[in-house]
Design a protein around this ligand. Structure first.
Ligand SMILES: Cc1cc2nc3c(=O)[nH]c(=O)nc-3n(C[C@H](O)[C@H](O)[C@H](O)COP(=O)(O)OP(=O)(O)OC[C@H]3O[C@@H](n4cnc5c(N)ncnc54)[C@H](O)[C@@H]3O)c2cc1C
Length: 341
């Protein structure tokens, strides 16, 4: 690890002042310190925000719930209001990492964790995200954990967060304080950049922006929440594919649907056309298959991640069955879907 200066901020104003060009915020440190040990990230200064007051509360507002940026992943998943009104979020968080890591990891840090593409972590390999202009070794390389949506010829890294996928389905909005102290709101649809030609630029935040809170809208009454994560191990593994679904019904039809996906996108993935296709329709296999076709129409695969189109399709259809109360597909039906994909 390269040497660095370490400072603690006791207030948001002190944090703002301390965030110079070379400084990096440290919250739980569960991602940043790993990256520093590998010299993937080499900040000259760390600014610890853990003593900044007011960032560890979850409060009810007239528009929903406000979650401080330092609320730990464990506390957020265990909060009774999250468990009862936003279960998709509790389930997504609990599907990630381990109990010990969730105790340290914070809400703000979870949004900004970096990709798990193996080439990003291996400094002996070229990676445009780590070193712009050096090329992407994942293209044509080991690509099992990489993305199939929102990729470019410069980067196919997948966004790793489970929590952010649920936040995307929930239309969460972040409070972000800039260098002058002004706070603006950033929607989940505005936070993450596509890799394009600059995969090293991952978000629309400035280097001296500080996430202070996240807002969840009022709970949708009668909504069914599902979070399904498919991974290589039953725990302690990042998603190959994950689906967050929030579905409401009116009589026999789907009234509203909000679907977001992890493991397959360069950012927590949502396609409004998919949600719109489902709204107002009678749930059923042909509808779900058409929605999966729409989602995957722009998928760009590598040899090592081509299986993700089939896996996404099957997981999405299964989640939609659960969310709309249809019987689970029989094994036979599942096989037909797979071979048809
Ligand atoms: C072994 C292991 C397994 C894991 N498995 C999963 C998994 O399955 N699913 C999953 O979703 N995650 C997983 N994680 C990732 C884990 O969720 C993240 O490491 C964690 O959420 C990051 O939060 P943190 O507070 O520790 O962030 P830090 O490491 O402190 O910071 C991460 C980044 O965010 C920035 N930052 C932090 N807070 C703020 C803020 N308030 N404002 C602006 N910038 C900020 C930091 O500067 C840094 O760049 C795993 C991690 C490990 C180590």
């Amino acid at each position: 690890m390269r040497s660095f200066d370490y400072r603690r901020a006791d207030s948001l104003a002190a944090a703002r002042e301390g965030l110079g060009e070379a400084a990096q915020i440290i919250a739980g440190g569960t991602n940043l310190l790993d990256l520093m040990k590998l010299q993937v990230m080499t900040p000259k200064q760390l600014l610890d925000i853990n003593r900044v007051p007011g960032l560890r509360e979850i409060t009810e507002t007239e528009n929903g719930l406000k979650i401080g940026a330092l609320v730990s992943n464990s506390d957020l998943a265990a909060d009774p209001r999250i468990r009862s009104d936003y279960p998709v979020l509790a389930r997504a968080i609990l599907a990630g990492a381990s109990g010990q890591i969730r105790n340290k990891a914070t809400t703000g840090g979870n949004f900004l964790q970096r990709t798990r593409c193996p080439y990003f972590y291996d400094t002996s390999m070229a990676c445009n995200k780590r070193q712009p202009g050096s090329s992407c070794t994942a293209i044509g390389g080991i690509s099992r954990m990489t993305a199939i949506l929102g990729v470019s010829e410069h980067c196919i890294a997948a966004h790793p967060s489970d929590m952010a996928v649920a936040m995307r389905a929930l239309d969460a909005r972040l409070d972000v304080a800039d260098a002058t102290g002004d706070v603006r709101q950033v929607g989940m649809d505005e936070l993450y950049c596509l890799p394009g030609e600059r995969p090293d630029i991952e978000t629309t935040l400035a280097p001296d922006d500080i996430i202070t809170a996240v807002h969840l809208p009022q709970k949708q009454s009668g909504a069914v929440h599902v979070y399904r994560k498919v991974r290589d191990r039953a725990s302690y593994a990042f998603a190959l594919v994950s689906v967050a679904a929030i579905v409401t019904r009116r009589e026999q039809r789907i009234a509203t649907a909000a679907l977001a996906f992890g493991g397959i996108g360069s950012r927590p993935w949502r396609n409004s056309e998919v949600d719109e296709m489902l709204a107002g329709e009678v749930p059923g296999e042909p509808l779900f298959a058409a929605a999966a076709d729409r989602l995957l129409a722009e998928a760009r695969t590598e040899e090592g991640n081509a299986f993700k189109t089939r896996l996404t399709r099957r997981t999405m259809i299964s989640v939609l069955r659960e969310a709309t109360g249809l019987e689970p597909a029989s094994v036979g039906t599942d096989r037909v879907e797979e071979s048809a994909a």
